[in-house]
Every structure is written in structure tokens, then in C-alpha cells.
Design a protein around this ligand. Structure first.
Ligand code: GAR
Length: 199
């Protein structure tokens, strides 16, 4: 039986789409057991349905508290016994308890060359700083925001005339390459939280 992956996504799901493509082509030898979102309008849910993957909406507004929402999320993710939990544009901060529950097997992608530019609005912040280089980082998740062992980074040049949208587009192209590759390496046992690889 193939190892299972659960993807958490809040937005357009272009990273999810790229991961689906690599699973379909046999580059990632795993099954995407479910895509779970906190956002009813997430295109990621539509993409999951189109690919015949279990798509699940778990909204905070349907729960009495943030803690209750996260517990429901945790229980649902656990149901799939994932070898790996993949955060692909999941715009919610997960608690220490959630992260401990899936210890050393949660990955995230962040649109900056970490440790630079943790948090949001990374593209505009890079432009405002006048940086000549930008990119994206795949890393294992720890309780600290946008932190944890780095697996792969993808770099782009910042060009004159770039705006945040153009830059985001170019960074996303890199994301679509490095995220499936990081997942492949994990599934093949080439990397782990304690041995995230040599870059
Ligand atoms: C991606 O750029 C990803 O790096 C970012 O959200 C976007 C999701 O795009 N994630 C974060 O900012 C998390 N801190 P997608 O929905 O098209 O995959």
C-alpha cells in the first residue's frame, strides 16, 4: 500500500495541482488521501474534487472555538494515517499540540528565502527592501512560525519593473518545482526532519 499524504490548503491550490501532477506521473509514490481546507471558496477543494481526491471543508465558524476547530481538523487528518501532512498555502497558524501530534512529518512552503521574510506580504517586502534575489522555501514545520529545518529553496531574480504580482508569479513557478521534489525525497526516505539534506 502506498503511503498517504494529506494536503491542507486555503487558497487557489496551484501547489496542490503540481503535487497531484507528480503523483499521477509516478514521481511521488504516494496517495493523496485528502485535501482539507478552512475556506469554503478555496479553489484547492475544486481541484481535489476534479482529481477524485477526498475534499473536506472544516471551517472555524462551524466550531465553538479555535481550539475546537483545530481538534476537528486534527482528528480528520489523523483518520487518513498520513505519512506526511503538506501545508500548501494553508493560511492558519497551527498550535504546538497539532504540530506535536504529527511530529516531524509536516511540511510547509513559504514564499521567501527563509529565514528572511517570515509572515505575510513577502513579495512587496522584498521589493520595498530593494533586494536583488527572492524565492521560496520548503521546510519541516515546528511550532515557531515559518521556521524549522529547510529542505529546498528555489531562487528567482528580482527584475527592474517587477511588481508584487509579477514576482509572486515567478516565485510560484519555483514552488511548483521544489515542493513536489521535497515531497518525493521524503517519501523515498532520502530526507527526514533530523536529516533534511545537504544543499
Ligand atoms: C504560495 O505562494 C505559498 O508559498 C504561500 O501561499 C501561496 C499558495 O498558493 N504560502 C504562505 O504564504 C504560507 N505562509 P497556491 O494556493 O496557489 O498553492
Amino acid at each position: 500500500m502506498l503511503p498517504s499524504i494529506v494536503v491542507l490548503a486555503s487558497g487557489s491550490g496551484s501547489n496542490l495541482q503540481s503535487i497531484i501532477k507528480h503523483v499521477d506521473r509516478g514521481h511521488i509514490r504516494a496517495e493523496i488521501a485528502a485535501v482539507i481546507s478552512n475556506n469554503p471558496d478555496a479553489m484547492a477543494l475544486v481541484r481535489a474534487q476534479a482529481a477524485g481526491i477526498d475534499s473536506v471543508l472544516i471551517r472555524q465558524s462551524d466550531h465553538a472555538s479555535r481550539e475546537a476547530w483545530e481538534l476537528a481538523l486534527r482528528e480528520r487528518v489523523s483518520k487518513y494515517k498520513p505519512a506526511l501532512v503538506v501545508l500548501a498555502g494553508f493560511m492558519r497558524i497551527l498550535s504546538e499540540q497539532f504540530i506535536a501530534h504529527f511530529e516531524k512529518r509536516i511540511m510547509n512552503i513559504h514564499p521567501s528565502l527563509l529565514p528572511a521574510y517570515r509572515g505575510i506580504n513577502t513579495h512587496q517586502r522584498v521589493l520595498d527592501a530593494g533586494d536583488s534575489e527572492h524565492g521560496a522555501t520548503v521546510h519541516f514545520v515546528t511550532p515557531k512560525l515559518d521556521d524549522g529545518p529547510i529542505i529546498i529553496q528555489g531562487r528567482v531574480q528580482v527584475c527592474s519593473g517587477d511588481d508584487a504580482e509579477e514576482l509572486a508569479h515567478r516565485v510560484l513557478e519555483q514552488e511548483h518545482i521544489i515542493y513536489p521534489e521535497a515531497i518525493r525525497q521524503f517519501i523515498e526516505g532520502e530526507i527526514s526532519f533530523d536529516n533534511p539534506g545537504c544543499r
